[in-house]
Design a protein around this ligand. Structure first.
Ligand SMILES: Nc1ncnc2c1ncn2[C@@H]1O[C@H](COP(=O)(O)OP(=O)(O)OP(=O)(O)O)[C@@H](O)[C@H]1O
Ligand SMILES: [Mg+2]
Length: 415
């Protein structure tokens, strides 16, 4: 589709291993209206990373065109999700002298710049710099230091970096479709925007998005992100394991997983049986449903064990008292919350979109499915971006979005 005039609308494209989802929203006086939603099957990604440009461009086109049709508008610019095991998070800090005896926005901008002034490994670049907390002289754990009197300002930040090639490939796919990338957003940060309550973020909580290719998580404490991570396992690997174990075609294995799957074999009735289609024209066989659960369980177990280990290693065990919130397609698996609770020893809930929020309107029923959490979260973050950054009129190039997005991150999480 030829893409013309720019507009005030905000678009998010969640480029996933199983599906590409597009959400178009329009800022209103009260907040945001969802005006277009589209979804398309994705085949060009492996474990969250683009491996085939043509297929990914075509999936992006499918999702965007469906959303455009519903919205009756054309997309010229979009925020895109990024994930994959190449993503890494680290905590950094920076210190500056306060210029006018009272912390002002330019002091905050300087301290964040100081905190992120680290040498980047070759081939990597920064996706987000998220302020965790500030200190002014001896006053610590400040969410915002603005207006506080003092001479020394310190910022602790969580920096998320990614492989440049993975970032570039997402931009290339969108540019091929005539869409400029306004910014890249690490998936679990966007999902947290729609799935977590502010008090959970204060008390400490983990958000895990278990998709088809990867499991991405973010850890929140005192209202900010203190840790992020990726586990290289998702629903696709589990379906592949079912196909091998039951000697079934891949598509049938996926359907059996969705229809009869369970995260824990002990939750399945021993007498339950299922009919398993076979490959090569052989006759279907009868299998115990608990056997299917036995194939599913180890992959999911590995996901939660890995999340637990990464959080323990970072010393954040004490910072997750509100537990774990699950989202993404694989979080629909029956019994998954029980399994996660048993492994991690914290309360677990499967996430539901925080509907009926003030100022959030339009076709909200079309995005009730929690797999839209990332796309909806991105338009919400983008709306905050618009409040602080004037939209650039730059043509489709790589530099402007990237610079702008880093600036947005700096601003959007400051207060
Ligand atoms: N009811 C269900 N039970 C178990 N698994 C399910 C169910 N529904 C969907 N899934 C799985 O969820 C996965 C798709 O989830 P999602 O749409 O969140 O992935 P994605 O965003 O495309 O991938 P990723 O973010 O990992 O790149 C598929 O592997 C699918 O088999
Ligand atoms: Mg996803």
């Amino acid at each position: 589709m030829a893409r013309g005039r720019r507009s005030s609308m905000l678009t998010a494209i969640d480029i996933g291993t199983d599906s590409v989802r597009c959400v178009i929203a329009e800022p209103t006086e009260a907040g945001l209206d969802i005006i277009g939603v589209g979804k398309s099957k994705s085949t060009g990604l492996k474990r969250g990373v683009v491996i085939n440009i043509e297929s990914t461009v075509s999936a992006i086109r499918g999702a965007v065109e469906a959303a455009e049709l519903m919205a009756g508008r054309e997309v010229q610019e979009a925020y895109c999700s990024i994930t994959g095991s190449h993503i890494a998070g680290r905590n950094l800090s920076g210190v500056v002298a306060v210029r006018n005896n009272e912390v002002r926005p330019d002091d905050v901008a300087r301290v964040l710049k100081a905190a992120r002034a680290v040498r980047m490994t070759e081939g990597r670049d920064c996706v987000h710099v998220l302020p965790v907390e500030y200190a002014v002289d001896d006053i610590h754990e400040l969410a915002s230091p603005l207006g506080i009197a003092g001479v020394r300002l310190e910022a602790k930040v969580h920096m998320i970096t990614a492989a440049k090639t993975a970032m570039d490939n997402i931009v290339t796919c969108c540019n091929r479709e005539g869409i400029k990338v306004a910014g890249l957003i690490f998936s679990p940060l966007a999902a947290a925007e729609t799935m977590l309550h502010p008090d959970e973020k204060e008390l400490g909580v983990i958000l895990a998005d278990i998709g088809a290719g990867t499991t991405d998580f973010s850890v929140w404490f005192n209202g900010g992100v203190i840790q992020t991570g990726v586990v290289n396992i998702g629903g696709k690997l589990i379906s592949d394991e079912i196909a091998v174990a039951l000697r079934s075609p891949r598509g049938e294995a996926e359907q059996m997983k969705i229809k009869y799957g369970c995260a824990m074999s002990q939750l399945v009735d021993e007498d339950d049986t299922i009919e398993v289609p076979a490959v090569g024209g052989r006759k279907p066989q009868q299998k115990k449903r608990s056997y299917l659960a036995e194939v599913i369980e180890p992959g999911l177990e590995e996901i939660f064990t890995s999340i637990g280990e990464q959080i323990r290693r970072a010393g954040h065990e004490e910072h997750v008292s509100s537990g774990l919130v699950l989202t993404g397609g694989t979080a629909r698996m029956s019994g998954i919350d029980e399994l996660a609770e048993q492994i991690l020893g914290i309360p677990v809930r499967t996430g539901e979109m925080r509907e009926s929020e003030a100022g959030f309107g339009g076709v909200t029923n079309a995005v009730q499915d929690p797999t839209f959490a990332v796309a909806v979260g991105m338009v919400k973050l983008a709306a905050r971006d618009r409040q602080v950054v004037e939209p650039s009129n730059a043509p489709t190039t790589r530099t402007p979005w990237y610079y702008r997005f880093k600036e947005w991150v700096k601003e959007a999480f400051v207060d």
